[in-house]
Design a protein around this ligand. Structure first.
Ligand code: NAI
Length: 242
């Protein structure tokens, strides 16, 4: 057990989730990163978190598996005894035009990007209600706010996450729990590395793609400093969609 506050970040071994983990560790949090695949990346992230003075470990479980999630959350409680910040960040894309979109690709994206937020938030909210404090940040996307051709599955999942954010914010405010979402634009990570984004900078008012760190700063703000903010969707997209 520890006096420090605890953050749980799904999909935290790389990309945006990793940047959020490091930012919260710098702010004095102990951090648990969940991940599914790459043991090496997870070990590297944990090492970097420890260098920042955080107690940290990686929790390998599939966020689409309710039982595995419950066991993972129970392990956090056994180790640290509380959860102060939850970042529902794990996500995938299976892009394609709707006319050709298979049920498999539809379901994979809804399960990983939306249903997972239910599976993880469900036990965590119970813990936060007992604590009478907590902050949940859901990683949405501008696709969930405005829709994106070729991403009907992803846009639906992220829009669902935004609806969940607003409903939970209303339900949980009286228990001292705030729930917000971040909607990133184009961020340089493994998720976007194969997209043809040549020339996209010209359409972004701030004239550059985002870095994972840009999102992490917004997450830290919503987690730590936004005491009077709940139910909001913070767009972090360089002004791409105004
Ligand atoms: P990424 O592909 O680098 O990271 C995704 C993470 O989610 C990985 O750590 C992966 O292991 C994890 N993950 C995937 N399926 C999982 C599962 N079933 N169980 C546990 N973990 C799982 O992508 P990136 O860019 O860091 O994305 C993070 C979040 O940000 C995602 O929700 C994504 O939709 C969102 N986002 C990203 C944008 C971008 O431009 N990169 C734009 C808007 C939103």
């Amino acid at each position: 057990m520890t006096d420090k506050k605890i953050a749980l970040i799904t999909g935290g071994s790389r990309g945006i989730g990793k940047a959020c983990a490091l930012e919260l560790a710098k702010a004095g949090y102990n951090v648990v990163i969940n991940y599914i695949g790459n043991d090496e990346a997870a070990a590297q992230t944990v090492a970097e978190l420890k260098e920042l003075g955080a107690e940290a470990y990686s929790a390998k479980f599939d966020v689409t598996n309710k039982e595995a999630v419950e066991a993972g959350v129970a392990e956090v409680m056994a180790k640290f005894g509380r959860i102060d910040v939850l970042v529902n960040n794990a996500g995938i894309t299976r892009d394609g035009l709707f006319m050709r979109m298979s049920a498999e690709n539809w379901e994979a994206v809804i399960n990983t990007n939306l249903n997972s937020a239910y599976y993880v938030s469900s036990p965590v909210v119970k813990i936060m209600m007992k604590q009478r404090s907590g902050a949940i940040i859901n990683m949405a996307s501008i696709s969930g706010v405005f829709g994106n051709a070729g991403q009907a599955n992803y846009s639906a999942a992220k829009a669902g996450l935004i609806g969940m954010t607003k409903a939970l914010a209303k339900e949980l405010a009286s228990r001292g729990i705030r729930v917000n979402a971040v909607a990133p634009g184009f961020i340089k990570t493994d998720m976007t590395k194969d997209l043809k984004l040549d020339g996209i900078e010209a359409h972004i008012p701030l004239k550059r793609l985002g870095e994972a760190q840009d999102i992490a700063k917004a997450v830290k703000f919503l987690a730590l400093d936004a005491e009077y903010i709940t139910g909001q969707v913070l767009q972090v997209d360089g002004g791409l969609v105004i």
